[in-house]
Design a protein around this ligand. Structure first.
Ligand code: NDP
Ligand code: MG
Length: 381
């Protein structure tokens, strides 16, 4: 069980829920990081008294230093600050809960400093999965999934004595706010409509990814790396109620599922307490009240991001970093109301078709591919 945690992205949806888990379980917190939310970071510093607080820019760091001058917390900033938080001596585990592939370098830094990783930041594995998993193996570090589907698979796998007995992973998808809609009906979707997720309350980027189903594509790639299962053995099924969080199928066609109310505190807590379990401040699952659970095939024609992710994973190399980088930029443009909802899928597919995939041998290969994808998208805009 985690005794001392460094949280990258402490002011976000995952970060704030992780802090309430830490508070309840008495897990100490040695580092907290934010990008720009200085007010919340200051409150968190006052409450949790970490050794280090990190913020996005030098100017914000100067402001934060003045605000918390009465505490013993040191202040750093930028990517170097994130890496400092990732390798802080006191922490045994680093929770990566920043949004986007900016988390890749700090995650590698944490692994090299022999920290276990509680991984929420899926873009890190999508962009640099081969690097992260091989470093983790080399350093003997564990990566515990926080993403609810991957936590579900991880929990189901506790009953799997031999990986050879495993046939498939079945990831569930809520289908987001636009399930069942045609492309024609999605032409004029607004930012507000796309941010209105039916089951989960999350940060803006992942909420848009859920609406385009890019999120499920990213999760297929994330699962491929976390569980070392070929992508053709990872299925996606739309399950509107978000009660079954994912499943595994054995060679005898027996299926094991993990269920619960849709609340990220369960997977966050399990990643921090594995292999132990403690009571958790979430609702009880009352199946009779829910009545029925429904399942559908995903619509790959309408939700083209999902298709792009599957193609990128099959291609390998930097292709997944390219679709991820293009998506991060496209989502930013959509949130800024510069492109339409359907443009996101078009852009991600065009980036995949237009930018050559290379073999990944180093972090620079991934960063170059990410940069190329972002420049491609900016060139369109
Ligand atoms: P949020 O947008 O709510 O929070 C993101 C956090 O990262 C904030 O602390 C933010 O700081 C910080 N941050 C943002 N941009 C940067 C940057 N460029 N450099 C450094 N820090 C940055 O995101 P979520 O908590 O929703 O998601 C975090 C990660 O977890 C994502 O990868 C997401 O896909 C994954 N995830 C989230 C789930 C959820 O339920 N929310 C479920 C499963 C996975 P600030 O507040 O100052 O902007
Ligand atoms: Mg998920």
């Amino acid at each position: 069980m985690t005794e001392n945690l460094s949280i990258l992205g402490s002011t976000g949806s995952i970060g704030t829920q992780a802090l309430s888990v830490c508070e309840k379980l008495g897990i100490r917190v040695s580092a907290l990081t934010a990008n720009s939310n200085i007010g919340l970071l200051e409150q968190q510093v006052r409450k949790f008294r970490p050794k280090l607080a990190v913020i996005g820019t030098k100017a914000l760091a100067e402001d934060l230093r003045i605000r918390i001058a009465d505490t013993d917390t040191k202040v750093s900033f930028g990517i170097d600050g994130l890496c400092e938080a990732a390798m802080i001596d006191e922490a045994d585990t680093v929770l990566t809960a920043v949004v986007g592939m900016v988390g890749l370098k700090p995650t590698l830094t944490a692994i090299r400093a022999h920290k276990n990783i509680a991984l929420a930041n899926k873009e890190t594995l999508v962009a640099g999965g081969s690097l992260v998993m091989s470093e983790a193996e080399k350093e003997g570090v564990r990566i515990y999934p926080v993403d609810s589907e991957h936590s579900a698979v991880f929990q189901c796998l506790q009953s799997c004595p031999d990986k050879k007995l495993l046939k498939k992973l079945i990831l569930t998808a809520s289908g987001g706010p636009f399930f069942g809609k045609t492309r024609d009906e999605l032409k004029d979707v607004t930012v507000e409509q796309a941010l209105n997720h039916p089951n989960w309350s999350m940060g803006a980027k992942i909420t848009i990814d859920s609406a385009t189903m890019m999120n499920k594509g990213l999760e297929v790639i994330e699962a491929r790396w976390l569980f070392d299962v070929p992508v053709e053995n990872i299925d996606v099924v739309v399950h509107r109620e978000s009660i079954i969080h994912s499943m595994i199928e054995y060679c005898d066609n027996s299926v094991i599922a993990q269920l619960g109310v849709p609340d990220m505190k369960i997977p966050i807590q399990y990643a921090l307490t594995y292999p132990d379990r403690y009571s958790c401040d979430v609702g009880v699952l009352e199946l009779a009240k829910i009545g029925k659970l429904t399942f559908f095939e995903p619509d790959y024609e309408t939700f083209r991001c999902l298709t792009a992710c599957k193609k990128a994973m099959a291609k390998g190399g930097t292709a997944t970093a390219i679709v991820n980088g293009a998506n991060e930029e496209a989502v930013r443009l959509f949130l800024d109301r510069k492109i339409s909802f359907l443009d996101i899928g078009e852009i991600v597919n065009n980036a995949f078709d237009s930018i050559e995939s290379r073999t990944v041998t180093s972090l620079d290969d991934v960063l170059d591919a990410d940069r190329a994808a972002r420049e491609f998208v900016k060139g369109i805009g």
